[in-house]
Structures are given as structure tokens and as C-alpha cells.
Write a protein that binds this ligand. Sequence first.
Ligand code: ATP
Length: 249
Amino acid sequence: MSQTVLELKKVLVDFNGFKAINKLYFTVNSNSVHFVIGPNGAGKTTLLDVICGKTKATDGQITLQKQRELTKLREDQIVHQGISRKFQTPSIFQELTVLENLEVAMKQKKNLFSMIKAKWTNEQESRINEMLHLIGLYLAKDQPAGSLAHGQKQWLEIAMVLMQEPDIILLDEPIAGMSKKERNKTGELITKIAKNRAVLIVEHDMDFVKKYADIVSVMHEGQLLFEGTMEQVQSDPKVREVYLGRKVD
Ligand SMILES: Nc1ncnc2c1ncn2[C@@H]1O[C@H](COP(=O)(O)OP(=O)(O)OP(=O)(O)O)[C@@H](O)[C@H]1O
């Protein structure tokens, strides 16, 4: 059953008088693929930034699992609380193999060298293998990450984020620059990983949103304009007026 994992209450992000997020109320539920859409400048990226701590809220509360308040925490502390973000540009270690990248990402506080040399428990090893299968890179596990195709690099980074065992994963336009086949694989991957966590995704590609969304939030001028299934979103007059209208028709 789906439960609220993250709750934003009256969150304000004020950039020198410009309210990029304007007293926003927003909730994220577990076990769901939740897309955030909206016109350019609506505040979508800022929403992800304020959740992961990259940007500080000027006011309001962000609460994880109904108890942990996040607005005063640093980015690394927020990751530790269970929220991980994957940015648009992959930040994998190009020289390391696919397997080594996952080892580095494993939830342990060791330095890079000892990570690679470390002996893994059976449980850790099976977790890495499970991840390699999940992203379809098991056979490529000994290849340098730098030699992977664009889509594969993105999947590897999603797997690295998953190694931190987050309750919520934040993705910023995950299919940008991908082929149709890669998009489909990414959609399937997202559906799988949302089975036991929340996935919050900023996306502009409406076909992709339509195919994989459980819930869609439409942002406009730093606020929530509408929220519902993609069908409900597409038939809402306010949404059609400010955003979808021309595209849908
Ligand atoms: N650091 C900043 N300082 C000042 N203004 C900012 C800053 N970051 C974002 N903004 C402004 O806040 C508004 C919201 O930006 P944001 O990037 O969140 O929009 P978006 O919905 O993600 O847009 P897009 O779809 O174009 O990426 C924009 O008008 C942007 O110019």
C-alpha cells in the first residue's frame, strides 16, 4: 500500500525577491512513479533542488516519513536520511569498471581505494549482482564505465543511486538524449525500482510521462496547478490553458 513518505508544507524558495517556489504544499508517496511537469521556469528543478538540499528553503517545512525535518540539513545529511538524486549529466567514474562503480557506491564509509580492494560479504556481492542484472549490464560488468553507451551510463548511475538504498529517488529528465529503445528500457527500469520506493521525476516528454506515470503533478509559477493521473491532467481546463493545450491538441 502507498504511504506518504515526503511532505512539503508552505515551502518558499525566494531568489532575491523572485519566488521560484511559492508556499508550495506537495506530497510524495511510496511505491509510485511520480512525475512533475510544467512550463519552463515553473519551478520543477528548484523543487528537486530544495528537496535534496542543493537549494535552501527560505521558509516552510519538508518532512520525511512524518518525522524528520530536512530544511536545515546539508545535502549529504539528506542523502543519509534516504533521499538520493540523479542529475542529468552522469557522474560515474569513467576509468573504473561498471562493477567498481557499483562497489564505490555501496553504502559504506570507506575511501575509494579500500572500497575497490574491499572484500564483500555474500550479501553485498549478491546485491551488486542483482543490480547489474536489473540495469542489464551484468555482461558488461568488467568494462570501463567510460566505454558504455549513453543510456547504459544513465542506468549505471541510477544503480549507483540505488546502492544507497534510498526511500526516495529524484530524477531530472532521465531520458534526455536517449534513443526510443533506451527510453523504453528506462521506463521499465523506473517502474521496477518504484515497487519499493518513491520515484520523483522532472520530465518534459509527455509520451514518456503518459506511459509510466502513476501520478502527475503540474507546476506553474512555483505552485501546484493540478495533480492526478495523466488522463485527469490532460482533461483539466486549467492545465490545458497554461501548459498542455496546444501540445495535446
Ligand atoms: N539560483 C537562482 N537564482 C535566481 N533565479 C533562479 C535560480 N534558480 C532558478 N531560478 C529561477 O527560478 C525559476 C524556476 O526555475 P526552475 O529551473 O526551477 O524551472 P523549471 O520548471 O525547472 O524550468 P525548465 O523546465 O526550463 O527547466 C526560473 O525563472 C529561474 O530563472
